[in-house]
Ligand binder design. Structure first.
Ligand code: IVH
Length: 679
């Protein structure tokens, strides 16, 4: 069936759109859409062109790599073209690529396996370095793949790039790699930009690109750039290689920076495992990666496979799901936290990013909104990376509609009492100072009952709100005197759920003093400080009676905590709460000093299934008595999971996914005795 006129129009429009985005990305370093959205446009265009070849044109952006050189820099013709890579966005595409090339090669896992070199896909700027007689003579950007831009002076300022290679280097050596900016360098750069009132960079890739395209190399020199080399170009007068891995080792020996995470594996299953592992651990690196590049290691086999018109058949880029997308900023509001802190947050047109639908994202504080200059109505870049809460990175200024006003931080609390918001001199946070503020009360009660506090199961956000609204509680002091008869009469509260909640509240009376201290919601006071205070004073009354100096003297309690604790207890309202807790019989003493060595301090060990020598409670007690925590679920922060008979399948799977070690009972006993994990 021939393509309809409508489709032909859509293809032409897509082509124009993609070309424009190419130009903005490559020539201006100022993309207006996220990489993921760009990839989607290209995929759509390519799909139509493949299905209706009559719609394909030689000048389509699907047939090009990047953009031509700008007038700012001298053009450089590459000795060998700098190719782009085809992408795989999910496992099936990766497997299909591998199986196709294995068929072409007549190879497979059982018979003459193909070795795959797996490398991190560095999110930076592709650069070609040329060394002649061991000296760096030229550095060029990729440009359109044939002609790039001469950025030699700028690249010379990068410490990682040697100006001279050791004796014995080939006469001509062309090396390709990625110039990038590490996260720490990027954060530091943006801090300097903010302090100087300059525009913020949206991400490390853009700042690397912008830094390379400076007319004045002194500016580049002040930007901490680095490089990883991943590919050999033309070589004259050097050794012959048969494997990609050998070429990387050779570059490494010449003192060129080669990424240490390269792995050569013989099966597609292992390639996929490498991709999965780095997808989970990408945030452990100090530089950004946006995927994995998989390459056939055998150079002879590469020749057999050859190229398509735009990319080698012997390599593919496996792209991770995007962590940045653009969307519309509908409005900015502030939320009031449990300490009264007012945090501005963005209301967004919902967008799928970092594996979740996001319709709200934090803007951190007043200064951040100002330096980012995001305005309701803007198109903004939203980032959701790993477990980190979603944030607004910045506006796409090129897309800003006319007449948008800068956003003003509100001067009153959004709660019905509408008290004044105050930003103390020299602080970055604005706060609501009204201790009766319902938003604060809500947050503080929720925190009191949370895992970190008195751990009252079933007393979560919604019930706190309901009980507050109904006047069943007014502050944390009321939790132990809730009128359960009234609760029983409420809709949705069955006999069992009330009994459970009541039992959870009862159990909270005897929690250790440090948990109570954390639950009180005192600024700066976390679990470590609470533990230190409880240990030093042994009773809540003694902490309340202590001076700032006395508290600050205790091991592990600094002057900031001491001051905050002292101020908190000096407040009359707070003292009234404490008296309610005392009257309710809440434990104010402890902890008994544990005689055991605290080998698990800072560790978090989850127990699942039945152990022979310990009941579940005993096992958890044994962990806590050694300074560790024993939460009920597995997360990134879990140190190890102890697996007994009949374990929870989801805990084990989660641990495996996250690479958390699984321990049997013997290994658990070893851990308790020494604090060490096996192997
Ligand atoms: S190899 C012909 N290896 O990703 C093969 N590229 O999407 C040339 N990139 O243009 C590229 N890390 O800018 C290769 N380890 C790596 C890479 C890498 C990042 C970039 C490079 C390339 C783009 C392709």
């Amino acid at each position: 069936m021939p393509a309809s006129d409508e489709l032909a129009e859509r293809v032409a429009a897509l082509r124009a759109e993609v070309s424009e985005h190419d130009r903005r990305y490559h020539a201006e370093d100022a993309p207006t859409i996220s990489d993921a959205e760009y990839d989607e446009l290209v995929r759509e265009l390519r799909r139509y062109e493949e299905e209706f070849p009559e719609l394909a044109t030689p000048d389509s952006p699907t047939q090009q790599v990047g953009a031509g050189p700008s007038a700012l820099f001298t053009p450089v013709r590459h000795r060998q073209p700098m190719m782009s890579l085809d992408n795989a966005f999910a496992e099936p595409e990766l497997l299909a690529w591998g199986e196709r090339l294995e068929r072409r090669l007549g190879a497979g896992p059982d018979d003459d396996p193909v070795d795959y070199a797996c490398e991190l896909k560095i999110d930076g700027v592709a650069i070609s370095l040329l060394y002649e007689d061991g000296a760096l003579t030229q550095a060029a950007t990729r440009g359109d793949g044939r002609v790039g831009e001469d950025v030699t002076a700028n690249v010379r300022t990068i410490d990682a790039v040697p100006a001279v290679l050791p004796a014995g280097a080939p006469q001509v050596l062309e090396v390709r790699g990625e110039v990038f900016m590490g996260r720490a360098a990027f954060d530091a750069l943006n801090e300097r930009q903010a302090a100087a009132g300059e525009r913020l960079f949206v991400n490390p890739r853009n700042s690397a690109a912008g830094s390379l395209r400076q007319k004045d190399a002194a500016v580049t020199s002040g930007r901490e750039l680095a490089m990883w080399c991943y590919q050999l170009g033309e070589v004259q007068g050097g050794p012959r290689f048969t494997r990609h891995r050998e070429t990387l080792d050779f570059l490494d020996e010449l003192g060129l920076p080669v990424n240490p995470e390269v792995a050569v594996v013989p099966t597609l299953a292992e390639v996929h495992a490498y991709c999965r592992r780095w997808e989970q651990h990408r945030h452990d690196l100090d530089y950004e990666i946006d995927g994995v590049v998989v390459k056939v290691d055998d150079l002879g086999r590469r020749n057999e496979l050859g190229f398509t018109s735009r990319a080698p058949r012997w390599a593919i880029a496996y792209k991770f799901p995007p962590e940045e997308r653009t969307t519309k900023l509908l409005g900015i509001q502030v939320s009031i936290g449990r300490t009264g802190k007012a945090t501005p947050f963005a209301q967004l047109e919902p967008v799928f990013v970092g594996g979740a639908n996001v319709s709200q994202a934090t803007l951190h504080n007043q200064d951040q909104v100002r330096v980012k200059d995001v305005r309701p109505g803007d198109t903004v870049i939203v980032r959701r990376a790993g477990d980190v809460i979603p944030e607004v990175v910045g506006p796409v200024v090129a897309e800003r509609p006319e007449g948008l006003e800068p956003w003003e931080f509100p001067t009153t609390c959004p709660c019905p009492r509408g008290s004044t918001l105050v930003r103390p001199e020299g602080e970055s946070d604005t706060r609501c100072v009204d201790l009766q503020c319902p938003f604060q009360l809500h947050g503080s009660i929720e925190h009191f009952a949370s895992r970190g506090g008195l751990d009252i199961e079933g007393f979560g956000e919604q019930r706190v709100r309901l009980f507050l609204d109904l006047g069943l509680v007014h502050d944390i002091g009321d939790i132990f005197s809730i009128d359960w008869e009234r609760v029983r009469a409420l809709e949705g509260f069955g006999e069992t759920s009330v009994a459970n909640l009541q039992a959870a509240v009862e159990a909270a009376r005897s929690r250790p003093l440090p948990d109570l201290l954390v639950g009180l919601n005192i600024r700066h006071l976390g679990p470590a400080g609470a533990q230190a205070l409880a240990r030093a004073f042994g009773h809540l009354d003694r902490i309340m009676a202590a001076s700032v100096e006395e508290m600050a003297e205790a091991e592990g309690v600094g002057p900031v905590i001491a001051q905050a604790v002292h101020e908190w207890f000096a407040d009359e309202g707070h003292r009234a709460v404490i008296e309610k807790l005392r009257a309710a019989g809440v434990n104010f003493t402890g902890p008994e000093r544990s005689e055991l060595p605290q080998v698990l301090a800072g560790a978090s060990v989850v127990v699942t299934g039945t152990l022979e020598g310990y009941s579940r409670e005993d096992a958890e007690e044994a962990i806590k008595a050694r300074g560790g925590k024993s939460p009920g679920s597995v997360s990134k922060k879990t140190t190890a999971v102890v697996v007994g008979e009949g374990p929870g399948a989801s805990k084990v799977t989660k641990a495996e996914e996250l690479g958390v070690p699984l321990l049997d009972e013997a290994a658990f006993e070893h851990l308790l005795a020494t604090g060490e994990l096996p192997g």
